[in-house]
Design a protein around this ligand. Structure first.
Ligand code: PMP
Length: 633
């Protein structure tokens, strides 16, 4: 049966819809009852669809028409189901016109339209059957529509109040972030019963022109630590359950944020929700959960796009982390485009992840690796960089924030200078994304990479941003499922980005978790986070620097989060252990950045690194330990 629904006059009436449904259900296994009623009392949600299709002009009850026998079919035909996601329902070609408000968890996601293959749902088995299997009971609505399970979750108890279309369902992690216009409102939304603090206006708070990566007028002569600084950290830390852990009898202080960040409850809940209600492989399958998982995954891609200010979701590739992203670029774009004699420039500040892949590529292809030097404060010397640039320079790869020193580099300028000689650029944002607003279009690099776990998201997920035209002109890195349009033994046609670079089954749940982390920080505002951390870093530096025997490693004017140091009379491990005894977690070691530490004359450092859930009290406890150690020598 085929019904053309493009003209309003050709919309099928309820009886026809019911007839179709019955024919479809007859193709299911024997146990499934053969007659399907559209009585609103038993199938309120199906009735909602009918009502939508008929524009509300419906009788109160439908007489079931005589059902035509349907010849036995082995494979269930295409049927997206009344309970399908927005994508699932709208892909029911020739069956139901676009139905926007049919509820399912995926239907309450923020809408997005691009990048979702049409084959997500709408073909294959009935979603109800897929969920319920042989215990499917057509007479019980709750077994008929798999998205009913949303009503059984704790947060969604009220959902059953409106089982037709659930239009008001609000999942906490999908709140509209644009509603939060000022920080006080934001703080009230954060999971805490305490009143939000009164935060002084921008102009009362900060020092002018202090940090170029924050707005110029965002600083005042005196930072009001007690009212602004203290309060934000105190409030947000309640969202991070792990920060209530006790270590050696003391409340945990997490100062190892440059290694990885802790996760807010919203991220933990989101991942758990995915596995409870959405888990499926994406793109290829043909059932409700595939649609939900795909919706959630692609919604996360859109969140990343907005977070980075990228033009299109096609420019956002999910990978394992910053390391994998850089290796991807080296082994695909680099391998394809660089030839013996070409030059790559990195900086002396780089993490090993932005050195080793380029060194390996250089050794393999006969390229020359050049290094932008730094001064004794750990600041890049741009005049020296200018001298390194030649027509042979094909790539400049630099970090935006040094993980070992905290130096913030002027990436926009570095990129512009590289472009002047026609070189491509990669910015390592692993240490910047959690501390400052990012806009990849303003930076204008060809590639930008970061790891989800450093921005309050899960491990095992990260992002490669690349300009779309470059990505589509680049050979895929890995081959397999998901990245091809067509395969024969003679010929393979690849998808464009992002699928082109997402071979096989990716880390779906953690991509979704990363989306939740982005929602979380976006609500607070990256600018506010950057300003708060700036104040905290200044405060910590102010008290650490004068302690006898302390040598700060990395004293750039522009810094974020990191406070590397050594303490005379102690090995770095001894300092780390003394801090751990007080429940304070810091990293000691070379921080996977040996070249820069050696440049500054050390092999290792003690490295506290701050995040916005740290407080002035945390800093005070840390300073007290260092003062005590210092006084003993
Ligand atoms: N670049 C920088 C600047 C980093 O700090 C790190 C992690 N310490 C990486 C790259 C690598 O990140 P990941 O281990 O998450 O891939």
């Amino acid at each position: 049966m085929s019904i053309n629904t493009s003209q309003p006059s050709e919309i099928p009436d309820a009886a026809v819809l019911q007839d179709i449904a019955n024919q479809l259900f007859k193709t299911l296994p024997e146990e499934v009852p053969k007659d399907f009623s559209l009585d609103p009392a038993t199938h309120p949600k199906a009735w909602g669809v009918v009502e939508h299709v008929l524009g509300g002009n419906i009788p109160s009850k439908i007489e079931i028409p005589a059902v035509n026998p349907v010849s036995a079919v082995q494979t269930p035909p295409a049927f997206g189901g009344f309970g399908g996601s927005s994508t699932g329902v709208s892909s029911l070609t020739g069956f139901v016109p676009v139905i926007e408000n049919v509820a399912s968890p995926s239907a309450v996601n923020p809408p997005y339209t691009s990048g979702i293959p049409n084959s997500v749902a709408g073909s294959g088995a009935s979603p109800s059957y897929a969920k319920q299997g042989d215990s499917f009971n057509i007479n019980k609505p709750e077994t008929s529509f798999p998205d009913e399970n949303i009503a059984s979750s704790k947060q969604q108890q009220d959902v059953r109040a409106d089982p037709l279309l659930y239009p008001n369902v609000q999942i906490p992690f999908f709140e509209n972030v644009s509603d939060f216009l000022n920080i006080n409102e934001v703080l009230q939304q954060i999971r805490t019963s305490e009143p939000a603090p009164q935060i002084p206006s921008f102009s009362d708070r900060f020092i002018p022109n202090s940090y170029y990566f924050l707005p110029e007028d965002a600083f005042h002569e005196k930072v009001n630590y007690s009212s602004f600084g203290g309060s934000l950290g105190e409030l947000v830390r309640k969202d991070f359950p792990i920060l209530e852990e006790r270590v050696n009898g003391r409340r945990l202080i997490w100062f190892d944020n440059a290694a990885t960040t802790q996760k807010p409850q919203a991220v933990i809940d989101r991942i758990s929700y995915f596995y409870q209600h959405e888990n499926s492989n994406i793109h290829r399958a043909a059932h409700e959960l595939a649609a939900r998982a795909t919706d959630a995954y692609e919604a996360a891609r859109e969140k990343v796009r907005a977070f980075l200010g990228a033009k299109s979701t096609n420019e956002i590739i999910f990978v394992r982390g910053a390391t994998e992203a850089i290796n991807l670029v080296a082994q695909s774009w680099g391998d394809q485009n660089l030839q013996a004699g070409d030059e790559i420039i990195v900086s002396n500040l780089e993490h090993h992840a932005n050195i080793v892949p380029w060194k390996r590529l250089s050794d393999r292809k006969g390229l020359k690796l050049k290094v932008i030097p730094v001064n004794d404060d750990g600041e890049l010397l741009l005049e020296e960089y200018a001298k390194l640039l030649t027509p042979k320079t094909k790539l400049v790869a630099v970090t935006q924030v040094s993980n070992a020193l905290g130096t913030v580099t002027p990436v926009q300028q570095i990129v512009a200078m590289a472009q002047a000689v026609g070189a491509k650029t990669l910015v390592d944002g692993a240490q910047s994304v959690s501390h400052m607003p990012i806009n990849v279009q303003a930076i204008n690099a060809d590639f930008f990479v970061f790891s989800g776990h450093k921005v309050f998201g899960p491990t095992g997920i990260g992002v490669l941003y690349g300009k779309e035209e470059i990505l589509n002109a680049t050979e895929p890195w890995q081959g397999g499922g998901n990245m091809i349009q067509d395969v024969t033994f003679e010929h393979i046609k690849y998808h464009n980005a992002p699928n082109r670079f997402e071979a096989g089954t990716g880390n779906i749940a953690d991509a979704v978790g990363l989306g939740a982390a982005i929602d979380y920080v976006t609500k607070i505002g990256m600018e506010v986070i950057g300003q708060y951390e700036h104040a905290l870093l200044e405060y910590a530096t102010h008290y650490l620097k004068p302690i006898k025997g302390v040598r700060l490693i990395g004293t750039a004017r522009q810094k974020a989060s990191v406070l590397s140091f050594t303490l005379q009379g102690y090995t770095n491990d001894e300092v780390g252990k003394a801090l751990n005894e007080e429940g304070i977690a810091v990293r000691t070691g070379h921080h996977c950045a040996q070249p820069i530490l050696r440049r500054l004359g050390v092999e290792t450092t003690v490295r506290p690194s701050l995040a916005f859930y740290n407080t002035h009290e945390d800093v005070d406890r840390f300073i007290a330990v260092i003062q005590r150690l210092s006084s003993r020598k």
